[in-house]
Every structure is written in C-alpha cells, then in structure tokens.
Design a protein around this ligand. Structure first.
Ligand code: NAD
Ligand code: IPM
Ligand code: MN
Length: 355
C-alpha cells in the first residue's frame, strides 16, 4: 500500500489529475499494488475554502504521505491578491516544506510528434532528448523580497541568492543523471552579469572534476534559449537555477510538441517526492475537456519510478502513452493533419486501455 497526497488544484488541474488517477488505478489492478489517495485542497480552491493557499495542517498531512501528485494551481480569479496570499504560494510552500531542491523536467520528442514540433524537420530529425535539472528551492523565488519607499517613490525587489552547498547538491544531481545518459552537462547561467551566476559557475566546475567521464560546458541563458531552437540535439542535461529553469523548460516543452507533454519530478533529501506537470492551470481551456493529460500521466509514471521503485509500472505507462500516439490519438495542442482528435477524457481512457 502506497499513500499518495493528491492535489488537483485549479483550472485544468482536476481534469488532468482525474485521468492520471484512472491510469494509476489500472496500474494498481495490473501490478497488484494498492494506492491510498489523500485528497488535499491547495491553490485558489483552498483560498476560496479556507482563506489561505494551503493550510498548515494540510502541509503536515502531505509530509505523512510517501509522494505527492499535483495538478496545477492559480488563475485570474486570484491574480489581484497580495503576493503572500496568491495560489502559487501553495507550490512554494510545498516545494520548500518538502525540501525538494531538484526538479527534473525531461523534454523528449516522440517520433510520432515530429510534426507537432514547430521546428523544421531538418532540426528535429536528429532527435531531442533533454533533461532539465532545475534548482527548485533557492534563487530569486526564495531570496529576500519586498516593497518600500526609496527617494520618495515605491520600489520592489527580489533577490537572486545561492549558497555553495545549494549549488553543489543540484550540480551533483545533474552529473549523476548525465552519467546514465549521454554524459554531457550544459550549465546555464548569466555569469557575465550576475555575481550569483559567477559563484554557480565556479562551484559547478569544481563538482565536474568528480565526474571525469561527463563533459561540462557553460552557456549564457540568452544564448541557451536561442540554441534550444537552433540545434536542440546538442543538449543532454541542462543544469540551471530556479528562474532560468522555469523559463527554459517551457521553451523545451514547446520544441517537443506541447507544454501538455512535459512531466516533472521534484526530489530532495527527504524521501517524499513531488510530481507535477510543468504546465499551469490553462484558464483559457479549463472545463472544456481540451487539456492534454499526458504531462500529468507521465508525472505519475515518474512517481512510480522515483518514489516507489516500480520501474516496470512506470515503463508500462510510458509505453501506453507511446502506443496512443502511434495509433494517432491527439489532444488539440498536439493535433496535426490526419490524426484522431480526442479530448482529455478519451486520451486518458485510451492510455489506460494500453496498459
Ligand atoms: P499555462 O501553462 O497554464 O498555460 C499556457 C498555455 O499553454 C495556455 O494557452 C494553455 O491553454 C496551454 N496549456 C497548458 N497546459 C496545457 C495542457 N495540459 N494541454 C493543452 N494546453 C495546455 O500558463 P499561464 O497561462 O501562464 O498560467 C495560468 C495560471 O497557472 C497562472 O495562475 C499561473 O501562475 C499558474 N501556473 C501554475 C503552475 C503550477 O501549478 N505548477 C505552473 C505554471 C503556471
Ligand atoms: C512551474 C510554475 C511555477 C514556477 C509557478 C506557478 C510558481 O511556473 O512549476 O513551472 O515558477 O515554478
Ligand atoms: Mn513554469
């Protein structure tokens, strides 16, 4: 029996989580393992219900589970609340509270989706298989921030701050991952301008010495965002900070077809992993059965792999997704000519049937 905290959240969150749970139910019956779901309100729905993005007792409840599966939080309804009361704070509290400093975001172009990528065939023909390793509980997201009056006018600030140990631990995750992949780490920073990036570069270079079989190169973030479009096959593991990783992973998702395809695992020193698609609540398509549930379904697969050591079950889910794509099923975001257009629910059902 595995105890999972399930946080559907807002917008398309509950729609994609519903499909991921159906997939887990199928895995449960196929592999003879039981999952116990503890449903928790977080994000805008929790603000509406309790007046806070996530209650302390719910955070404690999450800590008593083995893993957390999250949809997405936020939406226009809550956009004008003060910063500390916005739905997105729930995410930061969860990530910080669980100390999940390593956010793994694999961006893989499936052969079947080559036409869904906006990049030209000649660019995608070499294949895209990138692992973004994003630092998740430091940097500008967690540094000192505030508003005050200076020289008679209002100013606001957020601070990018990284310690040596924070950089060391995330760098190790990237190098360990690269060892099992194509043995290349591209560390992305802005060391020509930012002092925090200069420290980042120094520490990453030092950690690289412990991994002689892994090639390291450094790239400025502006160039990296351009190279991702120009020649994405040059990248294996991208190691970067919280803010740059947020931005670059959205870009990486689009070159492999859609943000609706990208899963993530957030891991740390504790044993509780947090699993979520990289996309948000997609208010423009919420409630219309249009969302692609694959990112969340693949996040559930990552949960089986990293939290429950169920490699076979994780592979079964990933394979089921591949079969659905091979058979031509597409949600609207990845639809191309002559494919079979399906909604969120049907996509989930087809993937379940393939397990
Ligand atoms: P978004 O990722 O929600 O949407 C961006 C675009 O991608 C939209 O056009 C949307 O329709 C599309 N999209 C996203 N997921 C999709 C899916 N599964 N299938 C098909 N299309 C999909 O980003 P946004 O619009 O900038 O943010 C909306 C809200 O979500 C904001 O409140 C933001 O703070 C929040 N957000 C939450 C998370 C999270 O909970 N992890 C992540 C990102 C954004
Ligand atoms: C993501 C999201 C979050 C982030 C927001 C909603 C806090 O964009 O998970 O990528 O920036 O980390
Ligand atoms: Mn993001």
């Amino acid at each position: 029996m595995h105890r999972i905290a399930v946080i559907p959240g807002d917008g398309i969150g509950p729609e994609v989580i519903e499909q991921a749970l159906l997939v887990l139910d199928k895995v449960s019956s196929k592999f003879g393992i039981k999952f116990d779901y503890i449903f928790i309100d977080a994000g805008g729905c929790a603000i509406d219900k309790y007046g806070v993005p996530i209650r302390d007792e719910d955070l404690e409840l999450v800590k008593k589970c083995e893993a957390t599966l999250l949809g997405a939080v936020g939406g226009p309804k809550w956009d004008n609340l003060p910063g500390n009361l916005r739905p997105e704070q729930a995410l930061l509290k969860l990530r910080g509270g669980l100390k999940v400093y390593a956010n793994l975001r694999p961006a893989v172009l499936y052969d079947e989706l080559k036409d869904s990528s906006p990049l030209r065939r000649e660019i995608v023909s070499k294949g895209i298989d990138i692992l973004v390793v994003r630092e998740l509980i430091g940097g500008m997201y967690f540094g000192p921030k505030g508003r005050e009056i200076r020289n008679g006018e209002e100013v606001a600030y957020d601070t990018e701050i990284y310690s040596v140990s924070e950089i060391e631990r995330i760098a190790k995750v990237a190098f360990e991952a690269a060892k099992k992949r194509r043995k290349k780490v591209t560390s992305v920073d802005k060391a020509n301008i930012l002092e925090s990036s200069r420290l980042w570069r120094e520490v990453v270079s030092r950690i690289a010495k412990d991994y002689p079989d892994v090639e390291l190169n450094h790239m400025y973030v502006d160039n990296a965002s351009m190279q991702l479009v120009k020649d994405p096959s040059q990248f294996d593991v991208i190691l970067t900070s919280n803010m740059f990783g947020d931005i670059l992973s959205d870009e990486a998702s689009m070159i492999v077809g859609s943000i609706g395809m990208l899963a993530s695992a957030s891991l740390g020193e504790g044993s509780i992993g947090l699993y979520e698609p990289i996309h948000g609540t997609a208010p423009d398509i919420a409630g219309q059965d249009l969302a692609n549930p694959v990112a969340t379904i693949l996040s559930a697969a990552m949960m089986l792999r990293y939290s429950f050591d169920m490699e076979d079950a994780a592979k079964a889910i990933e394979n089921a997704v591949k079969i659905a794509l091979k058979e031509g099923y597409r949600t609207r975001d990845i639809y191309t000519e002559n494919c079979k257009l399906v909604g969120t629910k049907q996509m989930g059902k087809i993937i379940c049937e393939n397990i």
